[in-house]
Design a protein around this ligand. Structure first.
Ligand code: C5P
Length: 218
């Protein structure tokens, strides 16, 4: 049983990877399973929030008590977020959004001909940074998946993207992070930090949400 800390509050959560199409049959993506974002959505709903989960392509059922919008590319996810973010009290960007997309999307399947094929990529919008820069922004939380110097890069991201809080995990560790059932998080906000040790993702989600609620109130 989780405390009803978010009764009457609206929370938007992004989760999962994005797919950046090269042609009608191929895409660039990453190993995000969506499990952490889905656990956050599930826990937030159990804590009384009205949850809107904006999901990339994953094979997970919609968490109980949540509204879900399925998206595909970073541009899709960006559009879905911007359309509804004005209604939100809290935004948690947990999705592993592709930083770049192919500049051109071929209308037909790319044929095998030359020995070398060069792809030109262009930058995608940074969804969480854009949300954090809105005039009437919700309390904005980002994630950082790092393989080294976790604290340094996370704090840098917190400041650079003007976030209210950032949750960082070390994805180089075998038992936690991408696609695993467990995770551990180092959480930073402008005036403090907390360490959430290895645990299942639902427990960790409830702990992170408790930290969010505390800082949101202040
Ligand atoms: O800069 P980096 O990709 O490491 O930042 C991770 C954080 O930024 C996550 O919260 C992720 O959801 C968010 N992000 C985003 N849009 C992007 C890239 C990252 O919202 N295009």
């Amino acid at each position: 049983c989780l405390p009803a800390l978010f009764t009457g509050k609206r929370i938007m959560i992004t989760a999962g990877p994005t797919r950046e199409a090269l042609d009608p049959v191929r895409y660039l993506s990453n190993h995000s399973s969506g499990k952490m974002g889905y656990a956050l959505a599930h826990a937030a709903a159990r804590m009384g929030a009205k949850v809107l989960l904006v999901s990339g392509p994953v094979n997970l059922p919609s968490p109980p008590g949540c509204e879900r919008i399925m998206t595909d590319s970073a541009l899709d996810m960006h559009q879905a977020v911007m359309q509804r973010v004005g209604e939100m009290d809290v935004f948690i960007g947990c999705a592993a959004v592709a930083d770049y997309r192919p500049q051109q999307q071929a209308g037909q399947k790319i044929k095998k001909s030359q020995d070398k094929l060069t792809l030109t990529l262009v930058k995608n919008p940074d969804i969480v940074a854009e949300v954090a820069s809105l005039a009437n922004k919700p309390f904005t939380v980002g994630f950082a998946a790092e393989t080294q110097d976790v604290a340094h890069y996370a704090k840098d991201k917190l400041a650079r993207k003007k976030l209210d809080m950032i949750a960082a995990n070390d994805v180089s560790k075998q038992n936690i992070g991408f696609n695993s059932e467990q995770n551990a998080l180092s959480v930073y906000w402008p005036s403090g930090e907390a360490l959430l040790p290895v645990s299942d993702k639902l427990t960790l989600a409830a702990q992170l949400l408790t930290l969010i609620e505390k800082q949101y109130k202040e």
